[in-house]
Design a protein around this ligand. Sequence first.
Ligand code: NAD
Ligand code: DAU
Length: 379
Amino acid sequence: MMTYLITGGAGFIGSNFVKHMLSAYPNSRLVVFDALTYAGNLGTLQNELKEEQVTFVKGDICSKKDTEQVFKDHKIDFVVNFAAESHVDRSIENPQLFLEVNVLGTQNLLNTAKKFWTIGTDENNYPTWREGVKFLQVSTDEVYGSLGIEGFFTEETPLDPRSPYSAAKTEGDLIVRAYNETYKMPITITRCSNNYGPYHFPEKLIPLIIRNILEGKKLPVYGDGKNVRDWLYVEDHCKAIDKVLHKGRVGEVYNVGGHNEKTNIDIVKLVIDTIRDIMDKEPKYREVLKKQEKSANGDIDISWINYDLISFVQDRQGHDFRYAIDPTKISNELGWLPETTFDKGIVKTIYWYLDNQGWVEEVTSGDYLKYYEQMYSNR
Ligand code: NAD
Ligand code: DAU
């Protein structure tokens, strides 16, 4: 029975990965290790944590004591490192935290894994490693910087991060590679494009727009809304990580993306149209709206759910123009292809938010409201 340490497993992608692993490998052991920052929520895993093979450990990847304890308590075979500060806007406000977690935290986790996984040294003084162990670093396409209107990021694209978030992720990515070069540590790295789907924290574009519509608030679009992101349904990302972890070549980087480029303004319009369509066809969902004005026929009015809600606000500093992944390597080598088209994925996602307002309310109380006020009041 293999044991997986899933750091950041209470966050958006990590929790989706826990759910994926539990259904794909019901006989494995999953140790979810998370500091439970504002972005981590145990409510997301309430069903999974009831399973005997899932253990939750509250811990910080920056703390040697915490990481060594979890390796002492469990015979870890695989580490999948999702734990990070993940929001670009927050990194502009507090770059140091991003360096601490995404760089030094990653390095501390690597060092702990090295301590527990090495079994000796070879004739050239390189460490020798316990059979079958592997460390997968969940990196990002943002390490490649920003594209113009043409071209794609391949694994050979030079690293050129622009924001404090992506600079920190790049350093994390590089220290993982350094452990492979220097100590022959068995690692792989994935660099994925923008994810969307259930349990996405509503500070990120898609869930923020959904939430604001349901609250009857303006929809803040940075700059002219023409920036492009390459969207991938989160379950497809989890399946890609599974493939890379189990079948990827040691020491390699795999880009993950779905050829699904959209401008931000198109995304926002699509979300508006989809919510309005759903509420038109299934009036019961109008009950979810915070704005409950009645129209002439006595139904809850939805005519205000339209493009007038869009508000073009001050641009993000250093806003990367376009990301677009070339996933040829992972498709050719590992047979991975995205399965969820954006049209289907966005509808599934919107239904999920409509059906899970309790989760949204739980994660957006307290600190989130302060964050929203601070981040958007001056825009
Ligand atoms: P998230 O912010 O939703 O979750 C991050 C999780 O890490 C949270 O549960 C948080 O509590 C935990 N965490 C933060 N600091 C920690 C620490 N010091 N020790 C232990 N746990 C800590 O992020 P996400 O969107 O799920 O992203 C997960 C990973 O995937 C990140 O490494 C991110 O850089 C990467 N990534 C994200 C995307 C995306 O579109 N969301 C795309 C590519 C790569
Ligand atoms: O590309 C992968 C990256 O995608 C991940 O590494 C990051 O962890 C993840 O947060 C995401 O970064 P982005 O900055 O692309 O995601 P975000 O949802 O913050 O923004 C998406 C786009 O929408 C971006 O061009 C900025 C814009 N935007 C965002 C917000 C929150 C708006 O126009 N208005 C908003 O209110």
